[in-house]
Design a protein around this ligand. Structure first.
Ligand SMILES: [Zn+2]
Ligand SMILES: [Zn+2]
Length: 188
């Protein structure tokens, strides 16, 4: 992280990495400063291309990590091959995400995704996202929370579920789950 950012600006980025999108009021409350101060911080972060201000809220910029294919295009974390998620866009561009959590959030956010691939958590091989089996509501957080673990087949997912709990879901259900969780967090 660039040293020229204040501690408060760094905390804002950290909160955004955890929550996806936050209202400006909530940021001001949680950091005990005025919304004016938050706006000033966000202007600084926005001019650096790190965040995008929306109506009354702010989110991390989806493009901020694009030039470096080894950082997650959603949250900016380093992409680990073990949990990598790849999105191929219709314009030929490729985006990478750190895990299925970020990958599926990104996939839902970006309209022109024509293919995406996720990584089997047990064997490390690449699986086409619509064919993958996901384990959600699981205690084991390997990358971003709420954690989404990917399996190439239902049998492996069930075996894992026996040991670690959670719920088995397909792609659509997992996207809905993430969406609901993020929404609940925003409301809290
Ligand atoms: Zn990520
Ligand atoms: Zn992640």
């Amino acid at each position: 992280m660039d040293e020229t950012y204040s501690n408060r600006q760094k905390s804002i980025l950290k909160k955004l990495e955890q929550s996806g999108e936050i209202s400006i009021q909530l940021l001001a409350d949680s950091l005990a400063v005025s919304t004016m101060t938050i706006h000033r911080d966000l202007n600084r972060l926005e001019s650096a291309g790190l965040v995008v201000k929306k109506h009354g809220s702010v989110a991390l910029s989806a493009n901020r990590a694009a030039p470096d294919s080894n950082t997650c295009a959603m949250c900016g974390r380093a992409v680990n091959d073990r949990t990598a998620f790849t999105l191929n866009l219709t314009n030929g561009e490729q985006l990478r995400a750190c895990c299925a959590h970020c990958g599926l959030m990104l996939q839902q956010k970006i309209e022109d995704v024509w293919q995406s691939f996720t990584t089997d958590f047990l064997h490390g091989h690449v699986v086409s996202t619509p064919q993958a089996v996901f384990l959600i509501e699981n205690e084991l957080t390997i990358c971003c929370a709420p954690s989404v673990l990917t399996f190439g087949n239902r049998k492996d997912a069930e075996r894992f579920q026996k040991g670690f709990g959670g719920k088995i879901a397909g792609m659509e259900e997992t996207i809905e789950y993430l969406h609901g969780m993020m929404h609940a967090k925003k409301m809290a």
